[in-house]
Design a binder for this molecule. Structure first.
Ligand code: NAP
Ligand code: F7E
Length: 341
């Protein structure tokens, strides 16, 4: 019989890729959207899956009873909890909202499973941000958490409550601890898409330059399409457990910028330091990159690099796309997108 998957936050980057992946596997996919959100459907349209999805509606800040009644009607076999206030920068401005959604929201879903149907499998979208100022590099599933943002703190709660329901209520509840994963459908507020969209506009003479924060921040970046396959595999194991999904390689924002400009045939030459640093076009001498304190975080994480050996051995999961391929994919998509806009 056709399995039913409920994806919370289906209109987000991962929601769209996961919906496509599960539809291809023969699932009936139901996705939640927030009642008053005007978030666009463009990701689902872009991946050609909008018409194959059934929609349901709740906000993770809604009352438990509201969320319960929606899930009772959907009757899912698997729930993928991707809904979150997912922007680390915004979590410093909106810590209460972030905790309500990213921490308490998780408990509501687990409570629905416990009371309604404990055989429903549950995937929690956990994150490398839980390691924060990481105590060990690279991080494994045994590395202690040390979050540096309200987002990371809320996600640590989501991780532990998921594990708690697995241990004490015998629910098939798992966390995927995912490192940054990007795509042409990444939100514009995240650094990778901010870079590729602005570089594309510069290439099309529709923008002058790019302004960023900390150029030396490093991230372990992979492709979202690879990571959603890992989410599914996590729920298909014999025994519920937690898994890191990562590439094992960290690169700087600076490296990402240089490679994105290479796609449009430009080489960056750096001069200066800190917020006085600038990136110049090697041919024309024009300023292409500025730095502003506005985009710095109140606190940064350090050396977030994941060791996904456990996922490789248990799930047979490995990331496939290389970072330079991903950067090219994103810049090319943005060039096409902004050409006629
Ligand atoms: P995203 O693009 O920001 O999507 C998040 C989705 O959450 C949005 O579609 C939004 O739904 C929904 N949402 C926000 N607040 C909500 C609320 N109060 N109630 C219900 N839904 C709400 O995030 P993403 O990049 O796809 O990430 C998916 C999940 O993985 C998130 O939990 C994120 O924290 C986690 N994660 C992401 C990464 C990454 O690198 N992408 C890494 C590790 C973990 P609407 O459509 O209704 O606006
Ligand atoms: O920042 C630096 C910034 O916002 C990456 C989320 O999906 O991944 C994501 O969180 C780095 C940071 O992603 C700008 O300081 C420099 O060090 O793209 P980001 P994030 O904070 O890593 C994790 C795993 C998640 O779980 C989250 O949900 O880039 N940076 N200059 C900048 N960042 C932004 N956004 N904008 C800048 O101008």
């Amino acid at each position: 019989m056709e399995k039913i998957a409920l994806i919370t936050g289906i209109r987000g980057q991962d929601g769209a890729y996961l919906a496509k992946n599960l539809l291809e596997k023969g699932y009936h996919v139901v996705g939640t959207t927030r009642p008053n959100s005007e978030a666009p459907q463009y990701r689902l349209k872009e991946l050609g899956v909008l018409d194959s999805i059934e929609f349901a509606s709740f906000d993770l800040r809604d009352d438990f009873e509201q969320i319960y009644s929606v899930i009772e009607k959907v009757k899912p076999d698997e729930i993928y909890n991707l809904a979150a206030q997912s922007f680390v920068g915004a979590s410093f401005e909106q810590p209460i909202l972030t905790s309500e959604v990213d921490a308490i929201g998780v408990t509501k879903l687990l409570e629905v499973i416990r009371k309604l149907e404990p055989s429903i499998k549950f995937y929690q979208a956990s994150t490398s941000e839980m390691f924060g100022n990481a105590k060990f590099v690279p991080q494994t599933e045994d590395t202690p958490f040390n979050p540096r943002s309200p987002y990371g703190v809320a996600k640590v709660y989501g991780y532990w409550i998921t594990q708690n329901y697995r241990e004490y209520h015998d629910i098939f509840a798992c966390s995927g601890i995912l490192y940054n994963h990007e795509s042409p459908l990444r939100g514009m507020e995240f650094v990778t898409r901010k870079i590729t969209s602005t570089v594309a506009k510069i290439g099309l003479d529709k923008a002058e330059n790019l302004t960023l924060g900390n150029l030396d921040a490093k991230r372990d970046w992979g492709f979202a399409g690879d990571y959603v396959e890992g989410m599914w595999r996590i729920l298909q194991t014999e025994k519920p457990d937690d898994f890191i999904l990562s590439t094992g390689q960290a690169n700087s924002v600076r490296y990402f910028v240089e490679n994105a400009f290479n796609v449009i045939g430009k080489t960056i030459v750096w001069e200066g330091e800190g917020i006085g640093e600038k990136g110049y076009c090697s041919e024309t001498g024009k300023i292409l990159v500025n730095v502003s304190s506005k985009f710095y975080r109140p606190s940064e994480t350090n050396q977030l690099v994941g060791d996904s050996t456990k996922a490789k051995q248990t799930l047979g999961w490995e990331p496939r796309m290389k970072l330079t391929e991903l950067i090219k994919l994103m810049v090319d998509y943005d060039l096409k997108q902004f050409k006629n806009s």
